[in-house]
Design a protein around this ligand. Structure first.
Ligand code: PPS
Length: 572
């Protein structure tokens, strides 16, 4: 087997410091492409040699070959299409041979690309061949169809500067920085552990054993670029990793953060991860069961077999020049108070084997239940608890929707007062009228304007929810599709409680508190909800309150009871 014979530097795509200063000025004149977060991750690893031997975003010929054969056109093994997807309107402006500037989201020029290729990819084919199925349940296929631009541009990159990171700077290393570190410490064999999850005791055991068995040092190499939607954020994870790092014998282990945008492509991803680690100077790589698995497909089945990744890696191991260390499934044996590889326990019928699944862990965190010491380290559990407090301490949003005059604002006000009496979390009321005065004063009541108004309310509510507060919103919010969008934005951070204030249009008109229904009937107010403009009755709100025959206090109390039953407020 060919192993890296030296830790000599790997080629990068950066120009010298002086040239970079000059190029930066010149590049300001070029047509610019604003990179997406994923493209920034890809570009960083292209420029620093993490994706060696790639010299830029793939050309059409390389792309076809990677998709079909997992190889570049020159035959080199490369399993993942690294492509620069752009919008059609942008592609139409670009001539072949033209240089473009690649900018980060703040407009900083990171590099330039000479566009040698421009084509419309067959995305369905890419999905089938690279990810195994053209199924949007796969996060990368979903990205391909719903986020990526229609056209791919390819060509060589000239690197000007690394993307700027303000977080954990001391923990970020380029392939050459890691190679230099290994050289300096005399680490000739290094086994890398890839992860996108917090580490618990079982991981610490298995990585320690992997290193010991391969007589190598250990590199914990977590992904901090983009991982699977819904994963624990990397800030929390890195704080957890730092706690676990102290548990290894001194000077056997180090940690470095990898700005990779994962694709969750299972077997192909494992091979890709191996090549990336080889570029970072590692000799061994741990591949687990269902490595980089994307979860279930839309038929509820796994996308890949549990050992497909190990098999594909094994088949290419010699050519890759990095050795696979298969992940051992570690379980806790209560009688012996230690972790042991599951397949090495001879007396399974005589001992008690304990395990806590990922789902069970999430449940315990969500409900504030005990997480035993044998499962994880107290420092890790406490970090996780900080980011995932129990539901009764998380932020949430209540959206009241209903006709004008239905009683939304009155009930919302009563609810706010009740929640403030309970205390614990800040409460913000985003009432229809208040919002229209402060946030949406230029808007009218066309469909477009109402949507804008509701999306603005949704955005503010999502920020409040994210930061642990309670947002109470009370606009008419007549369109179901817009309400759904708001729900999606908020559910990323906390619960969304839709309350339909179901007062009939007849009753609202009879009450006519502001005299608006009369004006609407006379045609003096146009596009009036329920009279001359539509209202989509919520099909599945968390709660529907009838106001006729019930007083305000009772309506607000129904909402409180709902919030209690959802675990959002502690019983009182
Ligand atoms: S929306 O559709 O959600 O953007 O509406 P919203 O921001 O809640 O604003 C509704 C309040 O504006 C007054 N108003 C109208 N409502 C409906 N249709 C028309 N054409 C209209 N013109 C003015 C009305 O007083 C609403 O207040 P509420 O508190 O709902 O009674």
């Amino acid at each position: 087997m060919t192993m890296p014979s030296s830790l000599a530097p790997i080629p990068e795509l950066y120009v010298s410091y002086d040239s970079a200063q000059k190029m930066k000025m010149e590049a300001a004149e070029l047509v610019s492409h604003d990179l997406s977060p994923r493209q920034i991750c890809d570009l960083e690893l292209l420029m620093n040699g993490g994706f060696h031997p790639l010299k830029g975003f793939l050309t059409e010929e390389d792309y076809d070959s990677v998709v079909e054969k997992m190889r570049l056109a020159d035959g080199a093994l490369w399993p993942m299409p690294i492509t620069l997807d752009v919008k059609r309107e942008f592609a139409d402006k670009i001539e072949i041979g033209q240089d473009i500037a690649l900018r980060d989201q703040e407009g900083v020029i990171l590099g330039t690309m000479t566009v040698t290729d421009k084509w419309v990819p067959d995305k369905a084919k890419e999905a089938e061949m690279v990810f195994g199925a053209d199924d949007d349940a796969h996060p990368a296929v979903n990205y391909l169809h719903n986020t990526a631009g229609e056209v791919y541009l390819g060509g060589p990159i000239t690197g000007i500067q690394q993307p700027v990171h303000y977080d954990f700077r001391a923990r970020r290393d380029t392939p050459n920085e890691l190679r230099a570190y290994f050289r300096k410490l005399g680490w000739r064999k290094v086994v890398a552990f890839q992860t996108r999850n917090p580490l618990h005791r079982a991981h610490q055991e298995l990585t320690f054993r992997a290193a010991r068995e391969s007589e190598a040092n250990l590199l914990i190499h977590p992904v901090v670029g983009m991982t699977k939607p819904g994963d624990v954020d990397h800030f929390t994870r890195v704080r957890c990793y730092e706690a676990v790092l102290d548990k290894y014998p001194a000077s056997t282990t180090t940690m470095s953060l990898l700005p990779l945008a994962m694709r969750m492509a299972g077997p192909r991803e494992a091979v890709w991860h191996g090549l990336i680690r080889k570029n970072h100077g590692c000799t061994h790589f741990i591949v687990g069961r269902d490595h980089a698995g994307p979860g279930k497909n839309s038929a509820g089945e796994d996308f890949y077999g549990p050992y497909d990744a190990q098999e594909l890696f094994k088949a290419h191991e010699a050519e890759m020049g990095i050795e696979m260390v298969p992940f051992k499934h570690m379980v806790y044996v209560q009688e012996r108070a230690q972790y042991e590889p599951n397949d090495e326990i001879a007396d399974k019928d005589k001992v008690t084997i304990l395990n806590i699944s990922g789902t069970e862990l999430r449940r315990r965190l969500a409900e504030g239940l005990e997480i035993p010491d044998w499962f994880s380290f107290p420092e890790v559990v406490s970090e996780l608890r900080k980011t995932k407090p129990p539901r009764s301490k998380q932020g949430f949003t209540v959206l009241f929707t209903g006709f004008s005059g239905s009683g939304k604002s009155t009930i919302a006000n009563a609810l706010m007062t009740k929640l403030m009496e309970m205390g614990g979390r800040p409460v913000t009321l985003l009432d229809g009228d208040i919002v229209r005065k402060n946030l949406s004063s230029e808007l009218g009541f066309s469909k477009e304007h109402r949507d804008l108004n509701i999306l603005r309310i949704g955005y503010v509510a999502s920020e409040i929810t994210k930061n642990g507060g309670i947002a109470i919103c009370a606009p008419i919010a007549p369109y179901a599709a817009t309400r759904r969008k708001v729900r999606e934005g908020i559910e990323e951070y906390g619960a969304f409680v839709e309350v339909h204030v179901a007062t009939t249009i007849e009753e609202c008109e009879r009450r006519d508190r502001k005299g608006l229904y009369k004006l609407a009937r006379e045609g003096k107010i146009k596009e009036f909800t329920g009279i001359s403009d539509p209202y989509d009755v919520p099909a599945n709100p968390e709660l529907r309150v009838e106001t006729e025959g019930a007083d305000v206090d009772n309506c607000a109390h129904q909402v409180v009871l709902k919030l209690e039953s959802m675990g959002l407020i502690a019983g009182h």
